[in-house]
Design a binder for this molecule. Structure first.
Ligand code: PLP
Length: 397
């Protein structure tokens, strides 16, 4: 009897969430490249969905992981012992945030950060109505799914949380709906899975103003847009607003699982009473994840990776042009390349992967191809990436 391939074992025993996983077996990741079992190299043009902003296998991150795992790994549930990696990372993060975002609750994931922030908003305001947006993604747990903005993805899991109203970005209705019964508005500063959709500055500022007027907490999800992806450390800097609660994840952990919701200490203090232990997590803020995340953020800042984002964005916009492309939306090193249909997009994606570049489509914009390489990508690597895209386009002419 022949041995069963890893691919077959993967399909048989690792829970599948679609009939069409990319299904390549990777054995190594270094810089902007992923390597499969046959030694083929692929440019990671999506950074594991905006996780590997500084690239893969950074020596400083590896060193931090090794040192911390030798010192200690899990000790106790969140919040009891003083764990230096959490303290140091919370300090670094808050040094680079507005003074009102001075207190960090570390979680396991982005979805858990969403859950914690929504709980905090309900607890602090004693209200339950939540406003969220169509084509928004905040995670896949049931609370996060309730604020997600697409009925196709939500419907099978009803009943979900009650009292949630969804609006389109940019609408006056959304602003009008914010009232004295609203606990929070939760939104992505730039909508990721809608296919990189940025709001107008005026509109998002009007949302901010109305929240302040009505005592409503504004939660900004920067799980995908944070850590330099948009060309500034935080996307909200470009819109002249500050959230009451900020959600972080993905690049936050430097390749390890980590999420966070961040607020003012006084607001966060609501989680300490009525009931005590307002949010409980066993592994949230894992010391190895915090050590890795802090090392990655230091690399991002010290190597001034955000400084070159604009130039790289401009280069991509200039290079990625073809009659098949209907539009390109971008902010920073984050791009949605729009085609006439999912079929065209999927064909190009498959060709890019065969040509040595990993890319994907967006959840709520399946006719758009995702381009979000590590910010550390060199101009030469960027050029290789563009050639793979252009060759793929040409092959389908
Ligand atoms: N929010 C946004 C904008 C995201 O892109 C994601 C993940 O894709 C999440 C929240 C959920 O994060 P996680 O998958 O870590 O739960």
């Amino acid at each position: 009897m022949g041995s069963i391939s890893n691919r077959q074992l993967f399909l048989n025993h690792v829970a599948q969430t679609s009939d069409a996983p990319i299904g390549i077996e990777m054995v190594k990741a270094q810089g902007v490249y992923l390597y499969d079992v046959d030694g083929k190299a692929y440019i990671d043009a999506i950074s594991g969905f905006s996780v590997a902003n500084i690239g893969h296998g950074n020596p400083a991150v590896i060193k931090a992981v090794q040192a911390q795992s030798e010192a200690y790994m899990h000790l106790i549930v969140y919040g009891e012992f003083i764990q230096q990696p959490q303290v140091a990372y919370a300090q670094l993060l808050t040094q680079h945030l507005p003074s009102s975002l001075n207190c960090v609750y570390f979680t396991n994931s982005g979805a858990e950060a969403t859950e914690g922030a929504m709980k905090l908003a309900k607890r602090a305001t004693n209200r339950s109505k939540i406003i969220s947006f169509n084509k928004s993604y905040h995670g896949s747990t049931q609370g996060a799914l309730s604020v997600m903005g697409d009925e196709y993805w939500r419907n099978a899991y009803r009943p979900l949380l009650p009292g949630i109203d969804h609006f389109d970005y940019g609408t006056e209705e959304a602003i009008t709906a914010i009232d004295a019964t609203t606990a929070c508005v939760i939104m992505e500063t730039v909508q990721a899975e809608a296919g990189v959709v940025a709001p107008s500055k005026e509109w998002i500022q009007a949302i901010r103003r109305k929240c302040t007027e009505q005592g409503v907490l504004l939660i900004l999800d920067e799980i995908q847009s944070g850590f330099g992806r948009t060309g500034t450390l935080w996307a909200f800097e470009q819109f002249g607003i500050i959230p009451d609660i900020l959600l972080l994840g993905k690049a936050l952990g430097g390749g390890m699982p980590l999420g966070a919701f961040i607020a003012d200490k006084q607001l966060m203090g609501q989680l300490t009473h009525d009931p005590v232990l307002g949010h409980i997590t066993t592994f949230g803020g894992h010391p190895v994840s915090c050590a890795a995340g802090k090392a990655a953020m230091e690399v991002l800042l010290q190597e001034k990776m955000i400084g070159s984002v604009q130039e790289k964005q401009a280069y991509l916009l200039q290079q990625i042009q073809h009659p098949k492309i209907k539009a390109v939306r971008s902010i920073g090193l984050w791009m949605a390349v729009e085609f006439d249909s999912f079929d065209t997009c999927y064909t190009i994606i498959k060709k890019c992967i065969a040509g040595g570049m990993i890319t994907d489509w967006f959840l709520f914009a399946p006719h758009c191809m995702r381009i979000a390489p590590p910010l550390a990508i060199s101009m030469e690597e960027l050029n290789t990436m563009c050639n793979i895209i252009l060759d793929s386009l040409m092959e389908t002419d």
